[in-house]
Design a protein around this ligand. Structure first.
Ligand code: NAG
Ligand code: NAG
Ligand code: NAG
Ligand code: NAG
Ligand code: NAG
Ligand code: NAG
Ligand code: NAG
Ligand code: NAG
Ligand code: NAG
Ligand code: NAG
Length: 778
């Protein structure tokens, strides 16, 4: 009768448990995912608050002048004389020049500057009535003609050559011959308009324009011909009307600039980084000049903006400040260089608008799950009956207890205990009956955990003390002595963060260990069970890690004989009613025959914690515990399981995934959002660095457990809070010249910068300040 009642109770318990497991499984989908920024258009150095050196003029006319450029010859506002802008205020608005060349726009890798156009006109009888040559000399400046320019020839009886030098010498050209205006299409096709690409990197060119027949046969619709170098994307050919348009040159000067590439100095990034005048500031990286003639530029890291040449460098973009700039549905958390989407309590999903979004948790049990649960329960019932049957049979072995006691080294233990005065008096040798009674005959509902080598039961002693009784698997006889020695050592350990061993029982087939009872389950459970994570605030995580590290450090160094735990994992860190960490299972792995250790580890899936060095060399040191502890720390930081076959290949092993993420600066994408929300930047970076060091492949490089404990203790003292999360509102970016604004610059008809030099064709940068007189080729 009693048995049936017990079975019914067990059945209900198991059933409920099964349902809970099933329900939990459906809700364990990741609640957060990280999102890297979508490619933004070029973030120019004119974004952010600090554009110029302190005290320097920011604008010249409509041009914003960012450092390394600066307004004023000899003003010290620029990085060097080639970057000094001569702002000529005799114009209204003032016009910026470098050397004799007017500057239209400065971007983070290029300049748009004024153009020059070669032009020749003939009368009906073929006489030359107008000629304007064109050349531009950049001299020894750090500017080079960009590949995005093209050489263009307009005319129906023309041949033009472009001769370039600086870098490489070359001559290239274009020929355009046509006989009827109707043959000329409305785009640059080769008829009436010929374009040719140019090589990159040269600094001087000269244009020579010639005619085959002096336009004699085409003068009715094409009296003049033109040749120029200019930004390809800005030039639009309008067909035959351009061939006779008297304003063609003015329009083209106003709309088609020359693109120049700029760079700092003539060193590559790798060489410049060693020099002491290296310019790239925080959160930026160095880019080699594309021209192939040396020089570098700086660029903000992804997710940052500002001027990379001016301290303090590029600033984090707060994507969360503007709903248009992030794809989060509910909660957006800004992180350095990126942001994280997350869902509020009661929702799951990745939180992204384009992804799963946030889905309300479903609390109803579908019928399928219910029946599954019942089936599972029934199965457990069968198992229970079988177990009972064997249990009864086993009782017959009671008479063997005395034998077991001796076989298990009971006499040896008694001897040891009595010879060891002090310290061990609290250790008790329990009888089999006592423990049977305490655990209600090892009832299933008393099981609180199953470990690598046995099962743990909750027991209540006659004096109402609650204990945990660990029943080991069959053990090797040769290890009995070792086991006894270890028992003696363990009973001497008295550390508030180590589970206390109260005693043992040697009358059973296998030794039973009696520990203090720790009520709040394992750390593993709290990290990975969504219903249990509430207490795991960042502060608590850090405290638990510190306590565990302290206990391990104590085992390694303070105990009378160093003890290597050998199986450090979050499932072996228990939490008591105040969530104080208690290390359990320490040294107990010796209960398992040495050659089987790895097998058990594999089966139990704690491979994710296993020190690879130990795995390969079988050489056990304290540093193996350090490695395993590093994995636990990573688990605490990321909330991810150490080994999960459902994750992609690279993410499968948390240890390697964590280390590569830190190396590639993706730390904030793998941290648990709650940790990111609550921890400070310094704490998170320092703890990630600590994990990285604990996970070094070479054990000797890893810190000792003592160092780890001290570092964690130090981190807890940081009380600075939330310096960069939850920022609302953002810096207004002022005075920006965006692509569009500057495009307007060029479309203003007859704009001010085309009126100065209608006839001239020459500029020179060679002697920084001059505009050469017109009409003097070469
Ligand atoms: C969990 O997420 C995966 C992809 O991230 C999805 O395919 C699956 O349907 C999700 N499961 C639930 C229960 O939402
Ligand atoms: C984003 O940028 C990367 C490299 O910077 C490039 O390979 C990729 O094609 C870009 N994607 C889009 C959508 O522009
Ligand atoms: C601008 O520069 C000053 C000093 O050069 C610095 O104190 C300040 O933080 C900078 N502001 C920004 C937004 O970078
Ligand atoms: C400004 O431009 C005017 C007209 O081109 C010229 O005469 C003057 O010398 C320039 N001033 C400076 C400071 O370059
Ligand atoms: C054309 O120009 C040439 C040289 O400039 C001149 O000699 C000739 O008279 C001109 N012819 C006409 C028709 O204007
Ligand atoms: C390029 O041409 C210039 C003269 O136009 C000459 O001085 C120089 O030596 C030439 N460079 C090479 C590499 O041929
Ligand atoms: C131009 O016209 C002359 C006669 O008017 C003719 O001989 C010559 O071939 C023509 N040239 C071209 C390129 O059409
Ligand atoms: C690089 O520039 C320095 C001075 O800025 C100059 O002395 C050196 O000759 C240059 N090197 C090359 C290869 O142009
Ligand atoms: C959001 O993006 C837009 C355009 O992409 C930009 O103009 C705006 O400044 C951004 N807002 C913030 C706070 O970065
Ligand atoms: C320069 O800016 C002023 C106002 O700031 C504007 O009126 C003017 O049209 C701009 N000039 C050009 C060439 O864009």
């Amino acid at each position: 009768m009693q048995g049936i009642v017990f079975l019914l109770i067990a059945w209900f318990c198991v059933c409920g448990l099964a349902l809970k497991i099933l329900a939990a499984e459906t809700n364990t989908n990741t609640t957060t995912t990280t999102t890297t920024r979508a490619n933004t258009t070029t973030i120019t150095i004119t974004k952010g608050a600090n554009i110029t050196k302190p005290g320097c003029q920011r604008q010249c006319g409509n041009l914003t002048v960012p450092y390394p450029f600066g307004v004023g010859l000899g003003s010290g506002c620029a990085i060097g004389e080639w970057f000094e802008i001569n702002c000529n205020t005799s114009f209204n608005p003032p016009k910026p020049f470098i050397g004799g060349i007017q500057i239209y726009e400065i971007s983070d890798n290029q300049l748009r500057v004024a153009n020059v156009i070669a032009k020749k006109c003939y009368n009906e009888s073929g006489g030359l009535v107008y000629e304007n040559p064109a050349w531009t000399n950049l001299g020894a400046s750090p500017y080079r003609f960009s590949e995005l320019n093209k050489f263009t020839v307009i005319g129906c009886d023309d041949l033009a050559l472009l001769t370039g030098s600086g870098g490489r010498n070359f001559t290239s050209g274009c020929l355009s011959v046509c006989s009827h205006a109707e043959d000329v299409p409305g785009y640059c096709s080769g008829i009436g308009c010929c374009q040719t690409p140019i090589p990159m990197g040269f600094t001087y060119y000269y244009t020579s324009l010639g005619s085959l027949n002096n336009h004699k046969n085409v003068s009715s619709f094409n009296p003049c011909s033109y040749a120029f170098l200019g930004e390809q994307d800005r030039f639009v050919f309008r067909g035959a009307s351009d061939l006779s348009d008297p304003d063609f040159m003015q329009r083209t000067l106003a709309t088609v600039p020359i693109l120049l590439d700029w760079a700092i100095g003539n060193l590559s990034c790798s060489a410049a980084q060693k020099a002491n005048d290296y310019l790239c500031q925080q959160n930026s990286y160095c880019v080699d000049s594309e021209t192939g003639f040396g020089g570098y530029r700086c660029s903000c890291n992804q997710g940052y903006e500002g001027n990379p040449y001016i301290g303090p460098g590029c600033q984090d973009i707060n994507e969360c400040a503007d709903p248009n700039n992030n794809s989060c549905e509910k909660i957006c958390i800004n992180t350095p260089g990126s942001y994280i989407c997350s869902c509020p309590k009661g929702y799951y999903g990745d939180g992204r608008k384009g992804g799963q979004g946030c889905i309300a948790e479903n609390t109803e049990f579908p019928v399928v799950k219910l029946s599954l649960g019942l089936g599972f329960g029934f199965l457990s019932l069968l198992l229970g009956i079988t177990w009972l049957y064997f249990g009864i049979k086993k009782r017959k072995l009671i008479t063997l207890r005395e034998k077991f006691f001796q076989q298990n080294g009971g006499l040896l233990l008694k001897q040891q205990l009595s010879s060891n005065e002090g310290g061990v008096e609290s250790t008790k040798v329990f009888t089999a009956e006592e423990l049977e009674k305490a655990t209600n005959n090892y009832a299933d509902d008393r099981i609180v955990g199953k470990g690598g080598y046995g099962t743990v039961y909750k027991g209540i002693l006659p004096d109402k003390r609650i204990v945990a009784v660990k029943k080991s698997r069959i053990m090797d006889e040769s290890q009995i002595e070792q086991f006894i020695n270890e028992m003696v050592i363990l009973t001497q350990i008295n550390h508030r963060n180590v589970v206390k061993l109260l005693g043992c029982c040697l009358e059973e087939e296998v030794p039973l260990l009696v520990y203090e009872y720790v009520s709040n389950g394992t750390l593993f459970h709290h990290i990975h069970n969504s219903t249990a994570t509430t207490m795991l605030s960042w502060e608590n995580r850090l405290r638990i890690a510190t306590e565990a590290a302290g206990a391990l450090s104590y085992l390694h160094s303070a105990a009378s004989k160093p003890i290597i735990h050998r199986d450090v994992k979050s499932a072996n860190i228990l939490l008591d009613e105040y969530y104080t960490a208690k290390i359990s299972d320490f040294g107990a792995s010796r209960l398992v025959p040495l050659d089987q250790t790895q097998v058990t580890t594999l089966v139990l899936g704690t491979l994710g914690y296993l020190d690879p060095e130990y795995f390969h060399t079988s050489q056990l040191t304290e540093k193996s515990d350090v490695y395993s502890f590093g994995v636990v720390l990573a688990e605490l930081l990321t909330g991810k399981k150490p080994l999960c076959m459902e994750r992609s290949q690279e993410e499968r092993n948390l240890a390697t995934y964590f280390v590569t993420s830190v190396k590639e600066n993706r730390l904030f994408q793998i941290l648990e959002p709650r940790v990111v929300r609550e921890g400070t930047l310094e704490q998170l970076q320092a703890s990630a660095e600590l994990v990285r060091r604990c996970l070094y492949l070479n054990g000797a490089d890893r810190p000792t457990m003592k160092e780890v404990a001290m570092e964690l203790e130090g981190l807890r003292k940081f009380t600075l809070r939330h310096p960069w999360t939850h920022q609302h509102g953002h810096e207004e970016s002022t005075g920006l010249m965006t692509e569009n604004e500057s495009a307007d610059l060029y479309t203003v008809p007859m704009s001010p910068y085309s009126d100065t030099t209608p006839l001239s064709g020459q500029y020179s940068l060679d002697t920084a300040q001059m505009i050469l007189p017109a009409n003097s080729p070469r």
